[in-house]
Ligand binder design. Structure first.
Ligand code: SAJ
Length: 455
């Protein structure tokens, strides 16, 4: 099939790179976003997202005349939905007392409804948003059929998951294998023809529900594996082991690849998608449910570790501190607030949750996030620079392994902060170097003293 005009609904982390990549590869693309600020920003030649190379490709797409943006769709040959599927903020599901999060599909519903008046015979509609199994056939199809046209007969309908890694979106969009699930064989074939415009990875056709499952299984596998690494870090602290050393040794086994423990799992994908399976079948997902619990409780583990750190210094715990937490009044510099290294995305960030938990205990936290220096975070003091965050701190708390944090020179820092205590939750800093600079450096997942090392 030959597609000349594409309408992309949702100009976020996936929609904008996808729309501009289609446009620089010769399609006429209308990018649609319901947020007028996004549309205005793009019309001014600016972008609202930090992603390496994105600004350049958006500029090229716009200058070619192939890429325009609007708040409303238009008639097109194909429609691509790339809107968020977060979970509901104020509502939980309940299975025998186990609470689980519920998918908020309202953006998918309204984007699908917005297409209906423009849908014509022979069109292709693709859903890319990560969605619970059967969304394409049970939710999207009936809405589109309000047009009077039948999916798989009058128009083609597919689910094709995005699988790109933030930070490497533009390369992975082109190189990754692409799964296209059609409601009919012909639909999948039409989807293949569209993505073949730029995809260099394998394109594999299947049915829509399989494609939905593939996407959620990928992210769930990662979540469960990170939960295992986090649980190992708890055990390591109990048994006087350095988890980072233990993992690197275990990973020498040819069939073992343990992931990294850390302060928790964030972002809009891995911490969200497994819930779609729990919601769809709570009775079939005990392991997925518990992995989510482990990862969601990791920020509390970090806060507990901080309490133990101050207790080991001889500070008084709550029962000897007039009922106040041992963290009360402690000045903590939180380094990094986004959900993972070298990106600017604050969504579902465990680092931000840790800051909130510390503040609830009475700590005075100053945060520094080099990728979002101007971010306004509810109730969080954002420092103007690193120096301001660390200047009068009692403790430096490393929460994100940004490259620039990993490269920090402890000798130089020692002259800029009064802190002599640091906690590294992401294995970025070398104990010896920090010790030489006069710091006591603790690491998440490590409870191994130099003496135990020697033993
Ligand atoms: N994390 C750990 N330990 C690790 C790896 C990650 O604690 O060993 C944490 C990160 O710090 C972060 C979270 O997990 O908080 C998620 O980060 P990530 O890099 O694993 O994944 P995302 O959310 O940035 O992107 C994932 C990718 N999925 C997989 O790798 C299976 C990406 O390919 C998907 O396209 C994306 O989700 C998505 O949009 O679904």
């Amino acid at each position: 099939m030959n597609f000349r005009k594409l309408c992309v609904l949702g100009l976020g982390y996936i929609g904008l790179p996808t729309a501009s990549t289609f446009a620089v590869n010769g399609l006429k693309v209308l990018g649609v976003d319901i947020n007028p600020n996004v549309v205005e920003t793009l019309q001014k030649g600016l972008i609202h997202i930090h992603e390496p190379g994105l600004r350049d490709i958006v500029t090229r797409a716009m200058q070619s005349g192939n890429f325009t943006v609007s708040t409303k769709p238009e008639k097109a040959d194909a429609f691509l939905i790339a809107v968020p599927t977060p979970f509901k903020e104020h509502e939980l599901g309940d299975y025998n007392g186990q609470k689980y999060k519920l998918a908020d599909m309202s953006a998918v519903i309204s984007a699908t409804e917005a297409i209906v008046p423009y849908l014509r015979q022979g069109n292709l509609v693709i859903l890319e948003s990560t969605s619970p199994p059967r969304t394409t056939v049970d939710l999207v199809k009936p809405i589109l059929e309000r047009s009077g046209l039948k999916a798989g007969i009058d128009f083609y309908l597919c689910y094709s998951p995005e699988r790109v890694l933030p930070g490497q979106i533009l390369r992975e969009l082109i190189e990754n294998a692409r799964v296209i699930g059609g409601v009919t064989f012909e639909s999948a074939k039409a989807g293949r023809d569209l993505y073949a415009t730029f995809v260099k990875g394998k394109i594999i056709e299947t049915d829509a529900t399989t494609a939905e499952m593939v996407k959620i299984m990928e992210n769930t596998t990662r979540d469960v594996n990170i939960a295992l690494a986090n649980e190992f870090s708890h055990l390591a602290e109990r048994f006087g082991v350095d988890i980072w050393e233990a993992i690197s040794l275990a990973n020498l086994h040819p069939r073992i690849n343990i992931l990294n423990p850390g302060p928790g799992v964030g972002g809009h994908c891995i911490s969200v998608d497994p819930w779609f399976l729990v919601e769809a079948a709570p009775e079939l997902t005990p392991m997925i449910y518990h992995a989510r619990q482990v990862n969601d409780s990791q920020p509390h583990f970090v806060v507990e570790k901080l309490k133990q750190t101050f207790a080991a210094q001889g500070d008084f715990p709550a029962d000897k501190n007039g009922g106040l937490s041992i963290l009360n009044g402690k000045r903590i510099a939180a380094l990094g607030l986004v959900y993972k290294p070298d990106v600017d995305d604050l969504r579902e960030s465990p680092a931000a949750e840790i800051v909130h938990l510390l503040q609830e205990e009475g700590a005075q936290v100053k945060a520094w996030e080099p990728f979002k220096p101007d971010a306004k975070m509810n109730g969080i003091h954002m420092s103007a620079d690193l120096d301001e965050a660390i200047h009068d701190a009692d403790l430096l708390l490393l929460l994100v392994r940004h490259s620039e944090f990993a490269k920090l020179d402890p000798l130089e820092l020692a002259s800029k902060t009064k802190a002599r205590l640091a906690l590294d939750t992401v294995n970025a800093w070398e104990v010896d170097e920090w010790q030489k600079a006069g710091f006591r450096l603790l690491r998440l997942g490590v409870n191994k003293t130099p003496a135990a090392n020697a033993a």
